[in-house]
Design a protein around this ligand. Structure first.
Ligand SMILES: Cc1cc2nc3c(=O)[nH]c(=O)nc-3n(C[C@H](O)[C@H](O)[C@H](O)COP(=O)(O)O)c2cc1C
Length: 349
């Protein structure tokens, strides 16, 4: 199964700019942001991981009402984890009892499934035929790769190391997003429990450029036109930017999250397993600080993600950033608060 050549994929996408406005599941990648990014000549990307098949279809239909330009859909590769043992859930409940009291939430019950069913999600993608399908957290199964190819949907996998990029290339993807340690949100490391390789985007690009034959998309801490130029010069065919777009008018970023992002241009971020059980980078806050000191109270991914959802929801509703996952990359500077199209124009002026 040969991958499309470099120019084929990006020519096929017909992008005016070599930019993917990052898929950001959980709210920020709103219909308006995806449509605005695509209409402005970048590739808008739906973060569909937390949506069921029907919601993915509705979202895509709404994007298509706003623009006829290409956009992508992004999902999480599923995790096959057994039901979490009752004593671990007990410890997690204990570790968070005070927070739930503060947020006036009842004691939680946790049972599988811990994540959306990937099969129906993927079926929806096949029906929708987006301009491409991107994924994170591992390899797409050979059957799914075959089905996507049959439907004519190009594939983009996510790698945090050269070895992961090689495995993706061997599996038949058409491009690889290289996710540097600077990246906001979940780290795409294949193994949910693995240590973080902590490779920055410059080093990762240097290792992969010339070795990986499919086009490389650079992600992590990229904020400016200069950052884009440097990544393209270092061998990336395109860039993927998330944090830079989080405060755009169209982004579905919640009010307390937005406020925190804009509080200072020197956002202090680090990676934590506290919110989901998987490493993810966000602005430091109380939940992260306190939970990182009691790791025995953190469940494995994706159970922890489901377990903390009520607290994150209540925190948002109460306008507090204390219990929210404030995903953000290491990139500094004041975030753009205007339209996404104007930011894209500035980035490629
Ligand atoms: C709020 C948020 C949510 C994200 N959700 C996803 C996601 O659902 N799928 C994915 O592949 N990457 C996700 N990412 C990572 C982005 O796709 C992208 O790689 C990252 O934002 C690039 O780093 P930057 O934020 O420093 O620009 C997310 C990032 C953020 C900030």
């Amino acid at each position: 199964m040969s991958a499309l050549t470099d120019s084929d994929l990006f020519q096929k996408l017909g992008l005016k700019h070599p930019l993917i406005v990052a898929p950001m599941a959980g709210g920020p990648s709103s219909v308006d942001l995806v449509a605005a990014a695509s209409a402005a000549g970048a590739l808008g990307a739906m973060g569909g991981a937390y949506s069921n098949a029907a919601a993915i279809e509705t979202f895509a239909a709404q994007v298509r009402q706003r623009t006829d330009k290409p956009f992508s859909i992004n999902l999480f590769i599923p995790h096959s984890i057994p039901e979490v043992a009752a004593d671990r859930v007990e410890r997690a409940i204990e570790a968070t009892a005070g927070y739930r009291q503060e947020l006036e939430l009842p004691s939680p019950e946790l049972s599988p499934p811990y994540e959306e069913d990937f099969g129906p999600q993927f079926e929806a993608v096949l029906r929708l035929k987006p301009a491409c399908f991107s994924f994170v957290f591992g390899l797409l199964s050979a059957d799914h790769v075959r089905e996507a190819k049959k439907a004519g949907i190009p594939l983009i996998g996510t790698a945090t190391t050269l070895e992961e990029a090689r495995a993706l290339e061997d599996s038949g993807v058409d491009a690889v997003t290289l996710q540097g340690f600077e990246t906001g949100g979940h780290r795409g490391i294949f193994g949910a429990k693995a240590a973080d390789p902590e490779i920055g985007i410059r080093d990762l690009l240097a290792q992969c450029a010339g070795t990986i034959r499919v086009p490389l998309i650079a992600a992590g801490g990229l904020m400016t036109a200069e950052d884009i130029r440097a990544a393209l010069k270092a061998g990336a065919r395109a860039v993927q930017m998330g944090t830079a777009f989080l405060a755009c008018t169209e982004a579905g970023t919640s009010a307390p999250y937005r406020k925190k992002l804009l509080e200072t241009s020197e956002r202090r971020t680090r990676t934590t397993r506290a919110f989901s059980g998987r490493f993810a980078r966000g602005i430091e806050n109380r939940f992260m600080d306190e939970m990182d000191r009691k790791p025995e109270g953190i469940l494995p991914f994706p159970a922890q993600n489901k377990f903390t959802r009520d607290m994150r929801g209540a925190s948002t509703a109460q306008g507090s950033p204390d219990f929210l996952s404030l995903w953000s990359g290491t990139g500094k500077g004041k975030l753009w608060q205007g339209k996404a199209a104007d930011l894209i124009e500035r980035l490629f002026a």
